[in-house]
Structures are given as structure tokens and as C-alpha cells.
Design a protein around this ligand. Structure first.
Ligand SMILES: Cc1cc2nc3c(=O)[nH]c(=O)nc-3n(C[C@H](O)[C@H](O)[C@H](O)COP(=O)(O)OP(=O)(O)OC[C@H]3O[C@@H](n4cnc5c(N)ncnc54)[C@H](O)[C@@H]3O)c2cc1C
Length: 394
């Protein structure tokens, strides 16, 4: 009989984990509280993220989304004309409602069970996890499993249950993001379907992500404190900011109109240092979230999903006394990849011009690899070492 693995959450971390586990002969059970399709932010994928999805055999399913192809990221500073481009390979811009639904349906097609309900409690007894689920019809159900994946995203289920912790505030914790969908955003020939990032003062930035020929995702990020000073409702705030943020942004958005509701999310940056133990593993946003500016969130989710499936396979072939070493190895690999991005971002915000020079001129090849998301199990190159030394001095 196939060993059950309970998965809390059916976002990319949960569904990619399920697909990897099915391949290795496990029986994944995905428990998801929301009814899909549901809106989710996080639309720009990296090349390595797409490679991980291709490794799962999802090439045709991705093509079926008819999503725009992304070749890179153009980063604009405050003033018009000052921009640099990092061509980061072959990736996609996806509408997450459609992407996440495709992932969930494919995971189920490939053998995962799907339970619509909310996991309320996790308890550990005699080397088994007991998972209490509140079903949609207000009934409850209990599942027992030796292995559990927490893929609950920003809701951080196991940290909030007190299983893992402590929770540490991330460097970008006191920020707020506003976002919506727009039509009639002007696309200059050089924009292609790439991600455009516009930054201004430290930690203040906007994104343009094309989702189709006619629909564009636009978002803006700033500190909660700065937003409160404006005293504007979200809709007025996003519209007025678009008209004033920076020349290259205004050039593209002056004729744009909002076609979706304005959504916000705030205080989203954190980390949990210990996030795997006793057969329970956190994947994706459930243990760490940095700053979404260069679009690594879905990559973390789907690449960690590969490692977690292998870790669970290794545990199932070992004695429970060996599980902690396997959990530590999983955490070491995941943490050091996330550290690459966190260190790069710290340097970017402290030295935007120095960063442009490093990424675009001095260490171009190295930064192309990083922007493409090739950050797992790598040796730090000279550019990254210089960044780290500079961050340590700051
Ligand atoms: C402003 C902003 C912009 C971003 N832009 C990008 C981008 O351009 N590119 C990118 O790659 N990433 C981006 N991200 C990050 C990206 O959205 C996340 O990293 C990604 O969605 C993480 O996937 P996940 O599966 O870990 O979590 P999620 O996608 O959040 O999935 C978690 C799922 O778990 C379910 N769940 C939670 N608790 C329970 C429970 N108790 N029981 C049952 N189900 C539960 C939830 O309903 C949810 O469906 C952005 C994030 C923000 C905040």
C-alpha cells in the first residue's frame, strides 16, 4: 500500500509536492480550504521555476494556459532613460487563478486525493501526525499520516500552531502592496512581455506584468507608514500613484484603466528558522517570505517541493532516528538558496547603481544565472561574495 502524505494547502508548493510524491510512489492527500479557481498574486515565473515545472512533465499544460512568454526583467530607476535589462531565459507570466487550478487538477489526475476543507489542528503522537480537518459542510474529519507537508503559504499553519518557531520579522516586513488588473497599458516595442520594475526610494517600487495581449497586472509596494500618511482609500491611492510614480511608468500607464478590484497585502516578510522535523516539512511561503520584487516566490515553492519529496522518500527508507538529519539537509539547501536572493536584494536596495553595474556589466553571467533562479546548491561566485562582504560592512 502507498504511504499517505498529508499536504496542507493546494497552492504551487502543495501541488508540486504532490506531483513529485506521486512519482516516487506515495499517496499525497491535498487539503485545501479555498475553492479553486481563486485569485492569488505572484504572476511572474523564473526560468528555473519553469524548468522545475517541465521536470514534472507540465510543458503541455503550461502551453495550454496560453500565457505570455517572459524573457527577462527591465529595471527602471526614478528617472526616465535609466534602466537596465537582465535577460533571464525562457519563462512565463501566468494568471495564478488559472495556473494554480491547472496544478491542482494535474496533481489529482496523477494520483493525489483532494479534500476541500481547512486543517484545524496537527498533533503528533506515537510517530504519527493526526490532522484534524474542518470540511466545507461543517463536518470534521481526521487523517493520520507519518509525513505531513505544510504548504499553507502566508498563513503559516504549523508556525501558528506553535510547532515551529520562533517567527522572525523579515527585512521587508512593514510593507504594503496594492495590485489590480488594467487594460490599455502601453507596451513599448522593447518591453515585449517582460516584467518591468520601477523603483524610487528605498523599498518603494511598482511592477508591470503582462498577463495577456490586453490585460496587465500592476502593483505597487511601499511602507505601511508612508501609505498611512497619504490618507487615501486604496483605489484612489493606486490611481494617483500611477500618475506620479516615475516618468517611465507614467509613459506606459497614462491611458490605462483599472478593470479589476484593488487588492492589498501587508506585513508579508518573515522567516522561521526551524521548519522541518519529525516527518513534518514546511515548503514555500509557509516558512519564509522575502521581498517579491524579483519574482522568486513560486520558484521557491516548486523547487523546494522536489527536495521535500526526496527527503520524505529518504525518511521512509530510514529509521526515525535518522529523520532529523534528513530534515536538516532539506533546510540547509532551501535556506541557502533563499539567502542568495535575500543578500542580493539587500545590496540592490542599498546600492541600486552599484547593483546595476554588477548585474549588467561586471558580473553579468553570474547575475543572469541568479535572475534565472539557478540558486540551489551553488558555490557563491565573485559577484555574490562581493555583495555579501559589502552587506556585512553595512
Ligand atoms: C505582492 C506580492 C507579489 C508577488 N509576486 C510574485 C511574482 O511575481 N512571482 C512569484 O513567483 N511570486 C510572487 N509572489 C510570491 C508568491 O505569491 C508566493 O510565493 C507563492 O504563491 C507561494 O506558494 P505557496 O504554495 O507556498 O503558497 P500559496 O500559493 O499561498 O498557497 C497556500 C494555500 O494553502 C491554503 N491553506 C492555508 N492554510 C490552510 C489550512 N489551514 N487548511 C487548508 N488549506 C490551507 C491556502 O488557501 C492557499 O491556497 C508575490 C507575493 C506578493 C505578496
Amino acid at each position: 500500500m502507498r504511504e499517505t502524505v498529508a499536504i496542507v494547502g493546494g497552492g504551487p508548493a502543495g501541488t508540486a509536492s504532490a506531483m513529485n510524491l506521486s512519482r516516487l510512489g506515495f499517496k499525497p492527500v491535498i487539503i485545501e480550504s479555498e475553492k479553486f479557481p481563486r485569485f492569488h498574486i505572484g504572476e511572474s515565473l523564473t526560468t528555473e521555476c519553469v524548468d522545475a515545472l517541465n521536470r514534472l512533465g507540465l510543458k503541455e499544460q503550461l502551453k495550454g494556459l496560453a500565457a505570455p512568454g517572459k524573457k527577462g526583467v527591465r529595471i527602471f530607476s526614478k528617472h526616465s532613460g535609466n534602466s537596465f535589462y537582465v535577460g533571464a531565459g525562457d519563462a512565463w507570466q501566468v494568471e495564478r487563478a488559472r495556473f494554480d487550478t491547472m496544478m491542482l487538477e494535474t496533481a489529482v489526475d496523477r494520483g493525489a486525493d483532494y479534500v476541500q476543507g481547512r486543517v484545524r489542528k496537527l498533533s503528533y503522537c506515537q510517530q504519527q501526525w493526526q490532522i484534524e480537518i474542518e470540511l466545507t459542510d461543517q463536518k470534521t474529519s481526521t487523517l493520520n499520516a507519518k509525513f505531513v507537508i505544510d504548504a499553507s503559504g502566508q498563513r503559516r499553519f504549523s508556525q501558528r500552531q506553535g510547532i515551529f518557531g520562533p517567527l522572525k520579522e523579515g527585512n521587508y516586513a512593514r510593507q504594503i502592496a496594492f495590485f489590480s488588473q488594467f487594460k490599455d497599458v502601453k507596451r513599448l516595442p522593447e518591453d515585449n512581455f517582460d516584467t518591468l520594475i520601477f523603483h524610487r526610494d528605498k523599498h518603494e517600487w511598482c511592477w508591470i506584468i503582462p498577463l495577456s495581449e490586453s490585460i496587465t497586472s500592476i502593483g505597487m509596494v511601499l511602507s505601511v507608514k508612508a501609505f498611512k500618511k497619504c490618507r487615501l482609500p486604496a483605489e484612489e491611492f493606486i490611481d494617483s500613484r500611477l500618475n506620479s510614480f516615475s516618468d517611465p511608468l507614467v509613459e506606459r500607464t497614462s491611458a490605462a484603466s483599472r478593470i479589476g478590484k484593488v487588492r492589498t497585502t501587508s506585513n508579508y516578510s518573515y522567516r522561521v528558522d526551524c521548519y522541518a522535523s519529525q516527518g513534518l516539512f514546511c515548503v514555500g511561503d509557509s516558512h519564509r517570505f522575502i521581498d517579491p520584487i524579483f519574482s522568486f516566490g513560486v520558484e521557491f515553492a516548486v523547487v523546494e517541493a522536489e527536495y521535500v519529496a526526496k527527503s520524505i522518500q529518504a525518511c521512509s527508507k530510514s529509521l526515525p532516528s535518522e529523520w532529523e538529519a534528513i530534515a536538516h539537509q532539506y533546510m540547509d539547501i532551501s535556506t541557502s538558496a533563499q539567502d542568495v536572493i535575500e543578500d542580493m536584494l539587500s545590496y540592490f536596495w542599498d546600492h541600486p547603481w552599484g547593483f546595476a553595474n554588477m548585474a549588467h556589466v561586471r558580473y553579468k553571467e553570474e547575475f543572469l544565472e541568479i535572475f534565472a533562479g539557478r540558486i540551489y546548491e551553488i558555490e557563491a561566485g565573485e559577484g555574490l561574495r562581493k555583495i555579501r562582504a559589502s552587506n556585512a560592512r553595512a
